[in-house]
Design a protein around this ligand. Structure first.
Ligand code: NAD
Length: 479
C-alpha cells in the first residue's frame, strides 16, 4: 500500500525566522565565542497585563516591550497595535531594529513594543486611555525615556498615539526639558519633524533607486533600465505602503498597477491613480469598489502573485510563504514590511534569481528620520532655522555673479531652485538619502568581498553583526 509522505508545516515563528537569517550570516563573521550569541539574543522582555475601564467593563490588555540590545543607548523601536501581537513577534521585531540601526549607522540599540488589540474595536477615547496606561507601565519599569528607550509608530499606530505617549511621559516628569524626545513620529506641532510621516516609504524608494543604479544586481534580477515605466504591486495601503506607491507613482514614473488591503485588492494593468485611490480608501475604509480598477482580487496577498516587475509587501510578516512563493512573478521583492518573506519562501525566490531587498536595510528610513527627530528634540531647534536665510543670501550672490559672467539669465525655474535655501524637509530628505545610499554601498561591498555570500539579506546581516560586534569589542563587557 502506498504511504503518503507528510511534510512538516512551515515554521512561521518570526523569532525563529530572524534567528535563522542571523545564523546564515554569522557563519561568515569572525567574533569570539559567545559574542555572536550575545548579539543574537534579546536582552530583556517586559510582559504586562493591565486593566482599562471601557464603558462599564474592565478589559485586561496584554502588552510587551522588548529590549534586544543595549550596545548603544537609547534603544529605539516602534509600537504595534494588532490582534496578532505576541512575545515572539515583538522579540523578533526588536532584533530587526538592532540590525536596522547598525546598517543605517543610527546610534541606537533595538527595541519594539506592542499591545494585543485591534484598533478598529475601540473609540479614539478608549485608545487614548489604553495608550496612556501602557505608557505609565513603561515609565514604571524604566522602559521609556529620552536616554533609555524611545518608541515610534508601527503597524496600527501613528502620530496620534505618539502625542498621547509624549504627553503622558511629560505628566510623570514635570519640568524635564528633554521630555519630548521620549518618543518619535509625533505630530509636527508636538515636536515632530517634517518628512517623518513618509520617511519609511521614501527610504524604500531610495533603496530601490540604489538597486537600479547597481548594474550587476539589476542584471542578475533580469531587469534593466530605470524605475520609469516599471510595474509595481503594493500589499498594504497604510503609512508605509501608501507613501511607497505615491512616491513611485509621482516621482519615479512607475506604474503602480495593484494595491492589496486587508479585505481584498484592486488591479489595473494600465496603472492606478494613487491619490484618487487614497481618497477612496480614506472615505470607504476599503480599496475594493474603486472605479479606477479593472479587476478586484479576493485577498490582499494576491497582489504579490501578479505579473509585475516589483512587489512591495508593506503590511505584515509571513506574506510570502512556502505556499505562494512559487507564484511570485516579480523580479524584485522590496521588503517594506518587517519579515514578509519566510525562510522556505526566500530559498525558492533566490533559486529563481529574484532580488530580495531585505527589511533590515530597505525599511530603515523610518528609524533614520526618527533619529533626526530625537536629535531635533534634544537640541530644541528646528533644522535649517539658523542657516536657511544665510544660505539663500550666499546662493543669490553666486547666481548673480554667474549670470553677470555669462551675460545671460538662468531660466526662471532653475533660478528659483538655485536660490532656495535649505529648510528642514530638504535636510531630512538629504540625510535620509545619504543613509540609504551609504547602507546600500556597505552591503554591496560585503557581497563583493565574501564570494560565498550571494544574497542581499545575508550581506545586510553581516554588515549589522560586524558593527554591533565591534561596539562590544571596543567597549568590553561589564564587569
Ligand atoms: P499601518 O497600520 O499604517 O498600515 C498597514 C496596512 O496594512 C493597513 O492599512 C492594513 O489594513 C493593511 N493590512 C492588514 N492586513 C493586510 C493583509 N493581509 N493584506 C494587505 N493589507 C493588509 O502600518 P505601517 O506603519 O504602514 O506598517 C506596515 C509594515 O511596515 C509593518 O510590517 C511595519 O512593521 C513596517 N514598518 C513600518 C514603519 C513605520 O515607520 N511605520 C517603519 C519600518 C517598518
Amino acid at each position: 500500500m502506498a504511504t503518503r509522505t507528510k511534510t512538516a508545516p512551515e515554521d512561521l515563528n518570526l523569532n525563529n525566522i530572524v534567528s535563522r537569517q542571523f545564523e546564515k550570516a554569522a557563519a561568515h563573521v569572525k567574533l569570539p565565542a559567545g559574542l555572536l550569541q550575545q548579539i543574537k539574543l534579546c536582552n530583556n522582555v517586559y510582559y504586562m497585563q493591565f486593566p482599562v475601564k471601557i464603558e462599564d467593563r474592565y478589559v485586561i490588555f496584554e502588552a510587551w516591550r522588548a529590549e534586544h540590545s543595549h550596545h548603544r543607548k537609547p534603544l529605539k523601536g516602534g509600537i504595534r497595535y494588532s490582534r496578532m501581537v505576541d512575545q515572539h513577534e515583538i522579540m523578533a521585531l526588536a532584533a530587526l531594529m538592532t540590525y536596522k540601526c547598525a546598517i543605517g549607522n543610527v546610534p541606537f540599540g533595538g527595541s519594539k513594543g506592542g499591545i494585543k488589540l485591534r484598533p478598529r474595536d475601540y473609540t479614539p477615547d478608549q485608545l487614548q486611555k489604553i495608550t496612556r496606561r501602557y505608557t505609565a507601565e513603561l515609565i514604571a519599569k524604566n522602559f521609556i525615556g529620552p536616554g533609555v528607550n524611545v518608541p515610534a509608530p508601527d503597524y496600527g499606530t501613528g502620530e496620534r498615539e505618539m502625542a498621547w505617549i509624549a504627553d503622558t511621559y511629560d505628566a510623570f516628569h514635570p519640568g524635564g526639558i528633554d521630555n519630548w524626545a521620549c518618543v518619535t513620529g509625533k505630530p509636527l506641532s508636538q515636536g515632530g519633524i517634517r518628512g517623518r510621516r513618509e520617511a519609511t516609504g521614501r527610504g524604500v524608494v531610495f533603496g530601490l533607486r540604489e538597486a537600479f543604479r547597481d548594474p550587476e544586481a539589476l542584471k542578475k534580477s533580469g531587469l534593466e533600465g530605470t524605475l520609469e515605466g516599471k510595474s509595481v504591486a503594493v500589499q498594504g495601503f497604510g503609512n508605509v505602503g501608501y507613501h511607497v506607491a505615491k512616491i513611485l507613482h509621482e516621482e519615479d514614473g512607475c506604474k503602480v498597477v495593484a494595491i492589496g488591503e486587508y479585505d481584498g485588492g484592486v488591479y489595473n494593468p494600465k496603472g492606478l491613480d494613487i491619490p484618487k485611490l487614497s481618497h477612496w480608501f480614506e472615505d470607504k475604509q476599503t480599496v475594493t469598489g474603486f472605479p479606477g480598477a479593472t479587476k478586484t482580487l479576493k485577498h490582499g496577498v494576491d497582489v504579490l502573485s501578479l505579473p509585475v516587475d516589483i512587489i512591495v509587501p508593506a503590511a505584515l510578516e509571513n506574506q510570502i510563504t512556502r505556499d505562494n512563493a512559487h507564484k511570485v512573478q516579480a523580479r524584485i521583492v522590496a521588503e517594506a514590511a518587517n519579515g514578509p518573506t519566510t525562510t522556505d519562501a526566500e530559498e525558492l525566490l533566490l533559486k529563481k534569481g529574484i532580488l530580495i531587498l531585505s527589511d533590515i536595510y530597505l525599511n530603515a528610513g523610518g528609524v533614520t528620520v526618527s533619529y533626526f527627530e530625537w536629535a531635533k528634540n534634544i537640541s530644541h531647534m528646528r533644522y535649517g532655522l539658523l542657516q536657511k536665510r544665510a544660505d539663500a543670501f550666499q546662493r543669490t550672490q553666486i547666481v548673480s555673479a554667474t549670470e553677470d559672467l555669462m551675460h545671460a539669465k538662468f531660466p526662471e525655474k532653475v533660478r528659483t531652485g538655485l536660490l532656495k535655501g535649505l529648510d528642514e524637509e530638504d535636510l531630512v530628505k538629504s540625510g535620509l538619502e545619504e543613509t540609504m545610499s551609504t547602507g546600500y554601498q556597505e552591503i554591496s561591498a560585503i557581497l563583493n568581498k565574501h564570494k560565498k555570500v550571494t544574497d542581499f539579506r545575508t550581506a545586510a546581516f553581516i554588515c549589522a553583526i560586524e558593527k554591533v560586534g565591534l561596539a562590544y569589542l571596543e567597549l568590553g563587557v561589564f564587569p
